[in-house]
Design a binder for this molecule. Structure first.
Ligand SMILES: Cc1cc2nc3c(=O)[nH]c(=O)nc-3n(C[C@H](O)[C@H](O)[C@H](O)COP(=O)(O)O)c2cc1C
Length: 258
């Protein structure tokens, strides 16, 4: 490896390490050329058998953005970010190709998963591309909270599966002292994610999770949220099933789960 490529690798890894979700943006519309650049870069993401089973919708209309902010649970950034996108798994093109060729198109859980995986790989590469271009991003899973209403609002076609939203824009310039200023959030220790040959025992896993709890409690303390840690948040969130209407919704859009 040359020293130039070494430097580049370090720069890329450093850039990845700066990621943090942004929820407050300057009121500046995201430039179309910048969007095209990021999307073109993100389209280099690996895709199952090259089927490219994803697409995205940019929503510019102010009124629609306000409605989406409401439907995603009152998330102001959905209306206020420089751009808002809906990221979708999409097999519509595949259906059209089959239809035109007079061929059947099989659908099952595998085909739904493939579209979901393709769209997610594309989306994260897109997020990284936007960040490399100096933008802040925030995924919006809240898009699925009232998915049927979102679908009706955006008049989404069959075989398009909206998965999450993506806010992109110039981050609001908050002073370092402002607790709302986003800072990178600690992640699990690598030992809790990367295993050799076999998974560890439950006890060993819990010990690793305890380590993360300590780090996260410190992170939350510094941000004025006392008494919080990682597993506490998990346990609270998991107590009740969320978004129970999703299977019916995706079935109605043409997905199959057999
Ligand atoms: C699929 C997905 C959906 C998310 N949905 C939301 C959301 O609806 N609202 C929000 O504020 N953040 C959302 N996030 C951001 C996460 O909360 C955030 O990535 C996580 O807390 C880690 O923080 P970081 O991104 O700042 O490192 C989502 C992230 C992902 C990957």
């Amino acid at each position: 490896m040359t020293s130039d490529s070494n430097d580049l690798s370090e720069q890329i890894l450093d850039q990845l390490g700066t990621h943090t979700s942004h929820r407050a943006f300057e009121p500046v519309e995201l430039d179309d050329q910048l969007v095209r650049r990021a999307v073109t870069a993100a389209q280099t993401a690996s895709t199952s058998s090259h089927i490219q089973a994803y697409s995205m919708l940019r929503i510019r209309d102010r009124e629609t953005r306000e409605k989406l902010a409401e439907l995603t649970g009152g998330q102001a950034q959905v209306a206020k970010a420089g751009a808002f996108f809906v990221i979708c798994g999409e097999v519509r093109r595949h259906h059209l190709a089959a239809q035109r060729a007079g061929q059947p198109m099989a659908r099952n859980l595998e085909s739904f998963l493939v579209a979901t995986i393709d769209a997610s790989l594309f989306a994260e590469k897109l997020a990284i591309a936007f960040e490399a271009l100096g933008q802040g991003i925030c995924y919006i899973g809240g898009l699925r909270s009232k998915i049927a209403d979102v679908d009706a609002l955006l008049e989404l076609p069959q075989h398009v599966f909206p998965l999450f939203g993506l806010c992109v824009g110039e981050p609001l310039d908050l002073p370092e002292s402002d607790p709302r200023k986003p800072v990178p959030k600690p992640r699990l220790p690598v030992e809790a994610v990367l295993f050799d040959e076999r998974y560890p025992t439950d006890e060993a896993m819990l010990t690793l999770m305890d380590r993360h709890d300590v780090e996260m409690a410190e992170h939350y303390n510094q941000r004025g949220r006392h008494g919080h840690n990682w597993t506490g948040g998990l346990v609270r969130r998991q107590a009740k099933a969320m978004r129970a209407d999703l299977a019916a919704y995706y079935l109605a859009k043409g997905a199959r789960f057999e």
